[in-house]
Design a binder for this molecule. Sequence first.
Ligand code: AFP
Length: 352
Amino acid sequence: MSSNRRITPTKQPIVARPNQIVTIDRYILEQQLIYAGASGDLSGLLYDIALTGKMIAREVRKAGLVDILGNTGDINVQGEEVQKLDEYANECFIKNFDHTGRLWVMASEEEDDPVPIPEKFECGTYVLLFDPLDGSSNIDANVSIGSIFSIYRRVTENGRRGTLEDLLRKGCDQVAAGYVLYGSSTMLVYTTGHGQVDGFTLDPSIGEFLLSHPDIRIPEKGNIYSCNEGYRNLMPDGTRRFLDYLQEEDAETGRPYSGRYVGSLVADVHRTLLYGGIFMYPATTRAPGGKLRLLYEANPMSMLVEQAGGMASTGKEPLLELQATALHQRVPLFLGSKKDVELAIEFENGAR
Ligand code: AFP
């Protein structure tokens, strides 16, 4: 059987009832049981994401203590070298996944080239792409940051290891995607498709992610826009006219919209998923291809938003239909509530 197959559910997904405590382990296991014939490898990858998120969260929580615990390069009290957080997060992903036997190849936003599975370990059928610590320029200001991941089935079958061909894909081929948000609490939000997006909050006292946001649905229309308006003069005409439109007063269409921009994609997308509205990072004259990375940022976030009932676009075409041609390719991104993104596209295309 081709490893690129999609398994369809044979039972209805479980929906947690209020006041029920559901750990992420139990949830993943129960979700797996509704897919007859599932190998358990995807479940295993999700467990490993949860573990990696907890390990990174532990270090992020200590970030403000750097002057007390030691600076990057220092030797800490355990005799270990203090690492930069983004380097730690990258290493954490690689070390937690390279030996599991579930992956064919990996790619990290922090690495120039694909990350192969070492010869000494078994390979599997899945492909993992990740941004280990997105928004890291915010760390010192104690602003929310996050890790983002994207999972595919491999397309090459031959040889012992995956290749670039397994990594350069369309977002619509993803089998799972999600993020871990290191905010006022640590949350893991993921989807494996089928119109289901779930959020889990880490209870630090027991070290478990608990189901806190089952079946997240994004409102069809919101009243918040999220965009770095510092670059307004560098943006295309259509984007500037769209911003003008959102800022006009019109009670019937709920304008003006409120502006919210953290500058940390995970935080901005998380708010957009929960409250609705639109997040946009358009092309600018300084970054004509956009700033955000297609494979590590735009694709996984777009899958999440679309599975929650929203929409994602480059401004010209459906984002998830874009064929990647380079590992670190950038792309303009518009995502959020369906009606808001549709409107943005009309402005981008000059229809308004
Ligand atoms: P850093 O990882 O350098 O902080 O970049 C964060 C990011 O990739 C993404 O998380 C934000 O949405 C976006 O860049 C912010 O970019 P601007 O600073 O240009 O608004």
